[in-house]
Write a protein that binds this ligand. Structure first.
Ligand code: NIG
Ligand code: ZN
Length: 427
């Protein structure tokens, strides 16, 4: 039985008090800060969080015969482990050549409709073995962890036929067991219409509903079901049918909504009581209002807008309307090839005018809600799993000020030190 005592943190952003409901409106600006703080961890859980003085006393009276590992957080800011609630991290290959096409004016959907984009990544992923996918994805998870990200959601959607969708999800499950980063899986068979169903989207929708969803659910390979509800991908009606079928099999709905054109995705998310609607660059005012009324979390992806060179989502309007906002990298091979959630946080602040406090709420407790894990992670509170990041920063504001550099000093996952002095110390 060991104990970890984190002493003299310049600032701890605990994000406490929002484990039952995501933060909305002004709550997103409140971090529950502790100056000169101390944290105690026992058996992988937080057992004391407060002033350093009180933490020291707790250690003195509770350590008994336990070994105590003391970590100095002097001059550092401590936050919950960062959470990324929207990734397509399991895939093979890369698409750097698309950048030149896009710089010459090609649009994201034109590349897809010409058989590239998601369909190019599908070919590479179908060709790859589970071992190859594990090797490629492990590198991405290592980078996530180096940036302070301790939990991610991971979607399928580059298989687009049953055996390869299952392959992607099995890889995510294996990595969840093997890597310090936790993965929460989402089935996204309706990511694009594969070449063999070209001109027969309806036929593909039937395959997703009648074959893929039951197979995924029977093997308990996913918790969520997602659909690319977009002009040129799946209509609102098709998306509804798929998500309702997913619900029947116990998969909670998520939606890629209103990314390229206004399409009614936000409204559909509200109608179905989706856990989240993601992207939302072109969400209607009515859609935003309905999301707020139905408690649908907006997962915003400013890195995708940045990389596709378009205007980001209206985060301020959503927060003002009472929609809980979370942020994500959208890690994928085409529209957002980055694992740097801290840089996405910088973009959220600088391009969507979210405050540094709102940004931190969006990448911790609200992100935890977006993957149904807020009872376990997302804040530094007694009884929660000890996932945390120590940043080389005197306060949380500094994270959005010293931008585009990696300020991560130390990362703890389930009470284990996995990054120390910015270097990996696991496996
Ligand atoms: N928009 C749809 N899906 C992904 C991109 C996937 C890809 O381009 O490979 C997204 O969320 O941005
Ligand atoms: Zn996505």
């Amino acid at each position: 039985m060991s104990m970890i005592y984190i002493r003299n943190a310049a600032q701890i952003a605990t994000l406490s008090g929002a484990s039952t409901k995501p933060k909305t409106g002004k709550e997103m600006d409140e971090l529950d800060l502790i100056e000169d703080g101390g944290i105690v961890i026992e058996d992988g859980m937080f057992t004391f969080v407060g002033s350093n003085e009180d933490a020291f006393r707790y250690v003195e009276s509770h350590s008994m015969s336990k070994q105590v590992l003391v970590l100095s957080a002097e001059g550092k800011t401590v936050t919950p482990g960062l959470i990324d609630p929207h990734t397509h991290v399991v895939f093979a290959g890369s698409r750097e050549f698309e950048l030149n096409l896009r710089l010459q004016g090609a649009k994201y959907m034109d590349i897809l409709n010409a058989g590239g984009g998601i369909l190019y990544s599908t070919e590479r992923t179908r060709e790859a073995t589970e071992e190859q996918l594990i090797a490629e994805t492990t590198k991405r998870l290592d980078r996530f962890l180096a940036y302070g990200v301790t939990t991610i959601e991971a979607k399928s959607g580059y298989g687009l036929r049953i055996e390869d969708e299952l392959k992607q999800l099995r890889v995510a499950r294996q990595l969840n067991a093997a890597h310090p980063v936790d993965l929460v899986s989402t089935f996204m068979g309706a990511h694009a219409v594969p070449a063999e169903f070209k001109g027969n989207t309806e036929g593909f929708v039937r395959t997703v509903i009648e074959e893929m969803i039951p197979a995924v659910a029977r093997e308990e390979l996913a918790e969520f079901c997602d659909v690319f509800c977009e002009e040129g991908a799946f209509t609102v009606e098709q998306s509804r049918e798929i998500l309702v079928a997913g619900k029947k099999w116990g998969l909670k709905p998520k939606i890629h909504a209103d990314e390229i054109v206004p399409y009614g995705g936000a409204e559909l998310a509200a109608e179905l009581g989706a856990v989240s609607a993601d992207h939302l660059l072109h969400a209607s005012e009515e859609g935003i209002k309905l999301m707020a009324e139905n408690g649908v979390i907006a997962v915003l992806l400013p890195g995708t807008a940045f990389f596709l060179m378009v205007q980001p989502a209206a985060a301020r309007a959503m927060i003002n309307a009472g929609v809980p906002v979370a942020l994500s990298t959208d890690r994928n091979p085409g529209s957002s090839p980055t694992e740097s959630l801290p840089f996405i946080m910088n973009l959220a602040c600088l391009t969507m005018k979210m405050t540094p406090a709102e940004v931190l709420s969006a990448c911790t407790i609200n992100a935890a809600h977006a993957i149904n894990r807020a009872n376990v992670i997302g804040s530094i509170e007694v009884g929660k799993q000890a996932d945390l990041v120590m940043f080389d920063a005197p306060n949380y504001l500094y994270l959005q000020y010293h931008y585009a550099v990696n300020l991560v000093d130390t990362v703890l996952k389930k009470g284990e030190v996995v990054i120390q002095n910015g270097k990996r110390v696991y496996g």
